[in-house]
Design a protein around this ligand. Structure first.
Ligand SMILES: NC(=O)c1ccc[n+]([C@@H]2O[C@H](COP(=O)([O-])OP(=O)(O)OC[C@H]3O[C@@H](n4cnc5c(N)ncnc54)[C@H](OP(=O)(O)O)[C@@H]3O)[C@@H](O)[C@H]2O)c1
Length: 292
């Protein structure tokens, strides 16, 4: 099975590269080989490579910066998947499109099911929502939504917190983290398994078109920051964790509005993928062990 991967240098891309299943012929691209903002190039590479699947892990992910660059976010997050889906329609291949809990507004107060309507709050979420819509117009596309992604490499909350814990502990200052946004952290290690499985279950053409995948449980950013400090200290990654102080979203304004409650209901998807629920704290311990 030939798989064309985008975003190979991203945090998910690197986890996918490290876990390629037997029998997969991988053509992995970064922005050097394929600019996702160039729709014609996205179509062309599919026509040239004729992959069985495009695994579109590349994305414009700078949530706050997107508020200043809506056209670029739209090109990468919406027009690229549209171009892939259209070209794959011609070649007979399929698309696995990654998406985000930020397509929801977080107002309903209980976990989102895969088929619920999208109501994004910011430019990034809106661009990903349009990417979902255009991809799903093509029956050969499958969508995998996830949330709060972090891993042992790349730019992510966990690695930022490790740095800040060390710095704040040295200064004797508290680390202030937002406690009124709730979601679920998702490790790139478990997410990569889910992505490869989402391609593997393709033998069943009636498999779900929209999948939800996050690690299990729920957390605020504050809970996540506390756990990072505790586990990193226990694993010897930090000499001393900082004291974490809960603050509100209003105390930490950002250009983009984020959903206050964006848990994804993964029950049906876990069953479809045949993968167990892994509590986010256990997944975090595994990521930190790889960071050593
Ligand atoms: N991060 C999260 O918290 C989160 C949450 C929910 C869903 N997701 C989704 O999960 C997927 C994987 O995200 P991630 O966390 O692995 O993101 P990431 O670490 O930011 O990686 C994104 C990758 O896309 C590449 N990219 C950006 N613009 C490009 C362009 N114009 N042409 C080619 N490549 C381009 C980046 O290349 P450079 O390295 O060269 O910039 C990077 O390698 C995305 O679909 C994202 O929307 C992420």
């Amino acid at each position: 099975m030939k798989v064309l991967l985008t975003g190979r240098s991203g945090q998910l891309g690197q986890a996918l590269m490290a876990s390629v299943p037997d029998g997969v012929e991988l053509v992995a691209t970064s922005r050097v080989e394929l600019d996702l903002a160039d729709s014609a190039a996205c179509r062309r590479i599919v026509e040239e490579q004729r992959p069985d699947w495009v695994l579109n892990a590349g994305a414009y992910t700078a949530v706050d910066q997107a508020e200043q660059e809506p056209a670029l976010a739209e090109a990468v997050n919406a027009q690229a998947p549209a171009a892939f889906a259209a070209a794959l329609q011609q070649t007979g291949g399929r698309l696995l499109q990654l998406s985000t809990d930020f397509v929801f507004n977080g107002a309903q107060g209980h976990p989102y099911g895969p088929e619920q309507p999208r109501q994004p709050l910011g430019v990034y979420g809106a661009s990903k929502a349009r990417g979902e819509q255009v991809a799903l117009q093509h029956r050969q596309a499958r969508l995998l939504r996830t949330s709060w992604v972090y891993g042992p490499v790349g730019k992510n909350f966990c690695r930022t917190m490790l740095r800040l814990h060390a710095a704040k502990a040295d200064e004797g200052e508290p680390l202030k983290v937002v406690a009124d946004q709730v979601g679920c952290p998702t490790s790139t290690l478990t997410l990569a398994k889910a992505c490869w499985r989402a391609i593997g279950i393709d033998a069943n053409p009636d498999g779900p078109q929209v999948l939800h995948w996050s690690d299990a449980g729920a957390a605020s950013w504050y809970d996540f920051a506390v756990a990072i400090g505790e586990l990193a200290q226990a694993q010897g990654l930090l000499r001393q964790a900082a004291t974490v102080e809960p603050i509100t979203t209003a105390d930490y304004p950002t250009p983009a509005t984020r959903p206050s409650y964006s848990l994804l209901d993964c029950t049906a998807s876990r069953q479809a993928l045949g993968l167990p629920a892994v509590h986010w704290r256990d997944a975090l311990a595994e990521v930190l062990a790889r960071a050593q």
